[in-house]
Design a protein around this ligand. Structure first.
Ligand SMILES: Cc1cc2nc3c(=O)[nH]c(=O)nc-3n(C[C@H](O)[C@H](O)[C@H](O)COP(=O)(O)OP(=O)(O)OC[C@H]3O[C@@H](n4cnc5c(N)ncnc54)[C@H](O)[C@@H]3O)c2cc1C
Length: 457
């Protein structure tokens, strides 16, 4: 069997790895358009700074990335304990988010009425809706203050998204299921805690999970996969179309070459997948094109510690709720999260700009975006010094948005795909944007592909 995987991000590379482990007779080729594999995972290591251009790390509350790391022989590193301190920018100050439900309830992070509104969730009847926005769901169940101060910045932190558009069903499936299965969120948490206790498992308050990466950054994982996969990976090879030829596919490259394959898996971003599929199946191509990707720019600034003596960077970083009307989505205190991210005596901060709400800000030119970031950090953190290091990483189409109705797009895609034996779509556009999801989906897909081929379907 020959398998052609299009796209050399973590989805494509992990799929190639799992397939290669499952059956050594399969001929696997991974085609990547850029001269570097990894997609949104890239660690820029220069001048003693270990700077993530995109992905920052992964949580250990799902096993996928930890297990893959073990299989390819690299050791993850755990984030520092002080990075459990997370902040929200509220009315001119950074407020630490209380990390336990009871501490949260008794803190003044929310006003008394905000807290009462939250507790009243227990009494609110469930409403059965196929899908609704994260904002509508939150306003209906936990009230405006909880939404504006916590859930809204969370939507920026994970999706760089607009919660009035993001789907609760597709983005926060576990939360959506709590209402459907248990009649409410608090009822659901209590029921799940009881079930876990009964099964002798540890009961945790929230989704939990501790952030991990690797000593030299997330790109270490890509380098290890590259070493294992070797010449199965072809860089600088852009795929432009696929056609069907009896029971195989012809894959066309930008430079005019072509190849044939029994199985084709597209792990490219949805807007590229749509273009590649446009000759083969117009309906499928148009369905995939409905998943939007707003731009996001990461501005990394490095400071001499002696220049920012009075600034407290002890923690994970902060997020900014939309109602605060600032020009940045949030900032990560990289040197507090992981060790060895900057030379001795320096600190590294990375600020996110743009996303679904402020796409125009992500597109500002270099000088403007850096000056804007410096102004915002001066106002929010009190940093007055000039940065020693400035780096800008632009993702013009950054994170796929699972907007209301995303689940219906997925159902229609499944239906359309059933017309094309041996063709699969994967990548973060569909069932989970986190690296953990991409790897878990690749493992499942590798099993489906091998079973499908053996069964002749
Ligand atoms: C700024 C940023 C920060 C993030 N931070 C985190 C984080 O901290 N933790 C986390 O879990 N997730 C994070 N994510 C999400 C995360 O990036 C991913 O979901 C994951 O890395 C996506 O991997 P992928 O392989 O599905 O897609 P991609 O990484 O987008 O890979 C797709 C690949 O396909 C290639 N390609 C495109 N077109 C073609 C073509 N025509 N032919 C051949 N190849 C092509 C691309 O060059 C690319 O290499 C972040 C995303 C962004 C943008």
């Amino acid at each position: 069997m020959t398998i052609c995987i299009i796209g050399g991000g973590i989805s494509g590379l992990s799929l190639a790895f799992f397939l290669s482990q499952a059956d050594r007779t399969i001929e696997i080729n991974v085609y990547e358009s850029q001269d570097r594999i990894g997609g949104k995972i890239w660690t820029d290591r220069r001048d003693g700074f270990v700077c993530e251009a995109g992905v920052n790390g992964f949580l250990d509350n799902k096993p996928a990335t930890l297990e893959l790391s073990k299989q390819i022989g690299i050791n993850p590193v755990r984030s520092n304990d002080n990075s459990r301190r997370r902040f929200i920018y509220l009315n001119g100050k950074l407020r630490e988010i209380p990390d336990k439900p009871l501490t949260f309830l008794f803190s003044d992070f929310l006003s008394l009425s905000g807290r009462l509104n939250m507790v009243m969730e227990f009494m609110r009847p469930p409403r059965s809706k196929d899908d609704e926005s994260m904002q509508d769901f939150a306003l209906r169940r936990v009230g405006r203050e909880f939404f504006e101060k916590l859930l809204d910045p969370l939507a920026s932190g994970i999706y760089a998204g607009d919660p009035s558009k993001l789907s609760i069903r597709s983005c926060f499936t576990k939360v959506y299921d709590l209402e459907r299965n248990y009649g409410g969120l608090i009822k659901g948490f209590i029921a799940l805690a009881k079930e876990k206790k009964k099964a002798g498992k540890k009961v945790e308050a929230g989704p939990g999970g501790i952030l991990h990466s690797f000593e030299n950054g997330m790109y270490s994982m890509i380098e290890s996969l590259r070493d294992v996969l070797g010449d199965r990976i072809k860089v600088s090879t852009k795929v432009v179309a696929i056609h069907r030829k009896s029971d195989r596919y012809i894959v066309y490259f930008e430079d005019g070459r072509q190849t044939e394959s029994d199985v084709v898996v597209l792990t490219t971003p949805a807007y590229e997948t749509s273009k590649i599929l446009s000759d083969l199946d117009k309906e499928l191509s148009s369905l995939v094109s409905r998943i939007p990707y707003p731009p996001l720019t990461v501005v990394a600034l490095g400071y001499k510690n002696s220049d920012i003596k009075n600034v407290d960077l002890n923690g994970f970083g902060f997020l900014v709720p939309a109602m605060q009307k600032r020009r940045i989505l949030g900032t990560l205190f990289d040197t507090s999260i992981f060790s060895k991210r900057a030379p001795e005596g320096y600190s590294l901060l990375r600020t996110m700009i743009g996303g679904a709400r402020y796409p125009h800000l992500a597109m500002l030119d270099d000088d403007k975006i850096v000056n804007m970031t410096i102004e915002e950090l001066s106002d929010i953190l009190g940093i007055e010094a000039d940065p020693h290091l400035v780096r800008i990483y632009r993702w013009e189409q950054a994170i796929p948005q699972y907007n209301v109705g995303h689940y219906k797009i997925l159902e229609d895609i499944e239906m359309a795909l059933s017309r094309h034996k041996g063709l699969y779509l994967s990548g973060n556009a569909f069932k989970g944007v986190a690296v953990n999801d991409c790897i878990a989906n690749s493992l499942l897909l590798s099993q489906t592909i091998i079973k499908g081929y053996k069964d002749g379907i």
